[in-house]
Design a protein around this ligand. Structure first.
Ligand SMILES: [Zn+2]
Length: 243
């Protein structure tokens, strides 16, 4: 499904990942869950492209429902995999630090089980280590299709980043700002639930890094596209607060 000029959204129902076309080449922002490879292959061929056209995979952060099949893309499509330097070790397979919320808070929510079940079926309970990872830092413009610029916004993970495609006025916000809560089911701009964040107060504070970003469309890691601009999305996410 095309959600912005030359940008296609793929999803297995919980997390989104995006295919970005630029001059015959393709960039993937996030790589779904490990067993979402079939979604990629279907999308690439429906666009009349080959896997060889996939030049790079940019990860918004190192969680298993976003790093997904990145290693497979690296080895079988020869795509370079990128992540912010603060999440690189976890993407390579190191154990992440502890999150600051507790899962029992969500046990009474149907959405919690739906998300858990989908991610289990899709193999996303654990990161498939990416053997070779290139890293970026705050403010870097990457020489990959779409020429995205990294906006570092830590909290959900230490290396969480949003990616701006300035000429299309699109911000791929990863899990820095989402529009659907995978544990409570709440819809609308918000940060991720505490149970999935390394540092929730930091995640709320990091929203400020997005407010001046020149984008009309926000494409999140979870939930539907937002078309009301970054400043309004940030405002609503702050009002929503932690969950
Ligand atoms: Zn995440």
């Amino acid at each position: 499904m095309e959600v912005a000029q030359g940008i296609h959204r793929l999803t297995q129902g919980v997390s989104n990942f995006y295919l970005i076309e630029d001059g015959g080449k393709v960039l993937l922002v996030d790589a779904g869950a490990p067993r979402d490879w079939d979604l990629l292959v279907g999308a690439v061929s429906s666009l009349g492209r080959a896997l060889d056209d996939l030049e790079a995979v940019l990860l918004t952060h190192a969680h298993s429902d976003h790093t997904g099949f990145a290693e497979r893309a690296r080895t079988s499509a020869n795509a370079r995999v990128w992540v912010h330097q603060a999440d690189a070790e976890v993407a390579r397979g190191s154990k992440p630090g502890k999150n600051d919320g507790r899962a029992p808070t969500y046990l009474l929510r149907a959405e919690f089980y739906r998300t858990l079940f989908t991610l289990m079926r899709r193999g996303a309970m654990k990161i498939v280590p990416v053997q070779e990872v290139s890293t970026f830092a705050e403010g870097d413009t990457l020489d990959v299709p779409g020429r995205p610029r990294a906006v570092h916004a830590p909290g959900h993970t230490p290396g969480s980043a949003a990616l701006l495609i300035e000429e299309r006025r699109v911000l791929l916000s990863g899990d820095v700002l989402v529009t659907w809560n995978p544990l409570t089911g709440r819809v609308g701009p918000q940060i991720m639930p505490s149970g999935l964040n390394r540092d929730t107060p930091q995640a709320l504070g990091s929203l400020d890094a997005l407010s001046d970003v020149p984008a009309d469309v926000v494409l999140p890691g979870h939930g539907e596209p937002w078309t009301g601009g970054t400043a309004e999305a940030v405002r609503q996410a702050k009002v929503a607060g932690p969950s």
